[in-house]
Design a protein around this ligand. Structure first.
Ligand code: G6Q
Length: 548
């Protein structure tokens, strides 16, 4: 496992970047009428168009060489085989087992995990059916109408993203809510319209030790008991999703109401496990299984398709092309699909927590950029906000444009307008507008010949801005499962080439430790003096202001 910068393909890519730096995509499209068919893939219900990138066939060839020289294929095999590729935590990384619909045995420490995976899925199916049919009743005998998932990070964003995305498959009879922030406003605002008699809390925490989740869970329990005035109500209104039965029991949730998962499921890759329980409750277990099926199809694609036709591998390589050879430090995820409102936030965690590392798997500092800043929001909103910088700013921001050919509704021309924008933005980013084109437009609109230069300069778009376009038939559970899995494997591909461990998250620990110290200090009125002057000053200002 060598540093990628020492690989021959890396050097060749650096030289190649210098050669193609002056090429404009506008010209590349003119010169090659086959560019779209050369650089796009039709797979299952997806079209992946990567022709609007600053690439030539030689670029792709060199990127594929990089993947081979970085031993991407054996690394993919290692993940699917259950190798402990999370080297710092000595854990296997097997979210692929959670959706392994083929049931092919996958072993961790010599034990096939599939029977345990299937057992939990069966329990989820039974529980989901009981709640959805109204057979599961609250403490006064009423059916459940609202589920509140209490979790944070990986135990929140996955189910939240999917439940939102699959809203058209949900029902008003059973609504799902999500509480994550330890700010009490989150819980209070969520439960204020709910009835304790008909609310089911799902406390989701891999460790069952996360401060925010435990604090929200205890307050939710107090809210229930405030009304029910009987501890026996807890069993009817609380379930847990965790890897830690002891802590679940200590919290006061009957382990009979606990849905298990395992240490080889990373938090940000856990929506496919029992962490997906709110999804199954909201849309039904059949739909949840369709989601798993969609992800499994991508797993098979990733595992078996030659790299030149392998969508997540190409997505990963293109990201590396800009990150490491064009100094792009950000990446935009732009779904033109309102149901994918949380996708950018979800992928922000998936990508930034996985690949925001500067130590490689050998414990050595890396000498090259790794994960970029991920941001985005659904189109067309962003067009009226931050796209200005993507079009004309000084930063190079590669973008993914994502949309459904068929919407879930057919209100007037909404969907066509949406898609027209979805198609126009990548075109504009690629083509740009030359100074001469801007001049001609101004002239045509009657601007005086002497006043043309300044506005023409301002109205010039450089273009040559890279985008991928992902078009799918319709946002079904299956398509959504595939879409998310494509990104998971893109992240894997990049982490493998950067030679980093994409599956730990040590960088979140320090702040948590320091918060414990500060929390203890906030419980008294003594002035703080053990920190730097800024932290001391702020603690003391807080203590002063809270009294006013
Ligand atoms: C994800 C991270 C992190 C984690 C949360 C919640 O990969 O590990 O976001 O999911 O910190 O942790 P618990 O599930 O243990 O409460």
């Amino acid at each position: 496992m060598t540093q990628p910068t020492r690989l021959p393909a890396w050097n060749a890519l650096q030289a190649h970047k210098a050669e193609i730096a002056g090429l404009h995509m506008r010209d590349l499209f003119k010169e090659d009428p086959e560019r779209y068919s050369r650089f796009s893939i039709h797979w299952d219900e997806f079209v992946f168009d990567y022709s609007k990138n600053r690439i030539t066939p030689r670029t792709v060839d060199l990127l594929l060489q990089l993947a081979r020289q970085a031993e991407l294929a054996p690394r993919i095999e290692g993940m699917f085989r259950g190798d402990k590729i999370n080297v710092t935590e000595e854990r296997a990384v097997l979210h692929v087992a959670l959706r392994n619909r083929s049931n092919r045995p996958i072993c961790v420490d010599g034990v096939d995990v599939m029977p345990a995976v299937n057992r939990v899925l069966e329990r989820m199916a039974r529980f989901t059916a009981a709640v959805r049919s109204g057979e599961w009743r609250g403490y006064t005998g009423k059916a459940i109408t609202d589920i509140v998932n209490i979790g944070i990070g990986g135990s929140d964003l996955g189910p939240r993203t999917v439940v939102e995305a699959l809203k058209p498959y949900g029902s008003d009879k059973l609504r799902a809510h999500f509480v994550s922030n330890v700010d009490d406003a989150d819980l209070i605002e969520t439960v204020k319209h709910l009835s304790p008699e008909t609310t089911l809390f799902c406390v989701a925490s891999k460790t069952f030790a996360t401060q925010e989740t435990m604090t929200n869970g205890l307050s939710a329990r107090a809210w229930l008991l405030d009304h029910a005035r009987d501890d026996a109500a807890v069993a009817k209104h609380f379930v847990a999703v965790s890897t830690n039965a002891e802590r679940v029991a200590a919290f006061g949730i009957d382990v009979a109401n606990m849905f298990e998962f395992w240490d080889w499921v990373g938090g940000r890759y856990s929506l496919w496990s029992a962490i997906g329980l709110p999804i199954a409750l909201a849309v039904g277990m059949d739909r949840f299984e369709e989601l798993l099926e969609g992800a499994h199809q991508v797993d098979e694609h990733f595992r078996t398709t030659p790299f030149e036709r392998n969508i997540p591998v190409l997505m990963g390589l293109l990201g590396i092309w800009y990150n490491n050879f064009f100094d792009a430090q950000t990446y935009a995820i732009l779904p033109y699909d309102q149901y994918l409102e949380y996708l950018p936030t979800y992928l922000q965690q998936g990508d930034m927590e996985s690949n925001g590392k500067t130590i490689d798997i050998n414990g050595q500092p890396v000498a090259y950029p790794t994960g970029p800043v991920i941001f985005g929001q659904p189109g067309t909103n962003g067009q009226h906000a931050f796209y200005q910088l993507i079009h004309q700013g000084s930063e190079l921001i590669p973008c993914d444009f994502i949309a459904a050919a068929q919407g879930h509704h057919s209100l007037g021309r909404h969907h066509e307008i949406l898609i027209a924008n979805f198609l126009a933005q990548p075109e504009a980013l690629m083509r740009g507008k030359t100074y001469d084109e801007a001049l001609a437009e101004l002239r045509a609109s009657g601007v005086d010949e002497n006043d043309l230069a300044k506005p023409a300069a301002a109205k010039t778009f450089p273009g040559n801005k890279p985008t991928n376009t992902i078009l799918y038939r319709k946002l079904t559970p299956r398509v959504l499962g595939s879409l998310i899995a494509l990104y998971e494997h893109k992240i894997f591909t990049q982490g493998a080439i950067w030679n980093i461990n994409s599956f730990d998250q040590m960088g979140v620990e320090l702040g948590k430790q320091l918060a414990q110290t500060i929390l203890a200090e906030l419980s008294n009125d003594e002035p703080a003096s053990s920190h730097d002057s800024s932290t001391n000053g702020l603690i003391n200002a807080y203590k002063h202001l809270r009294q006013k």
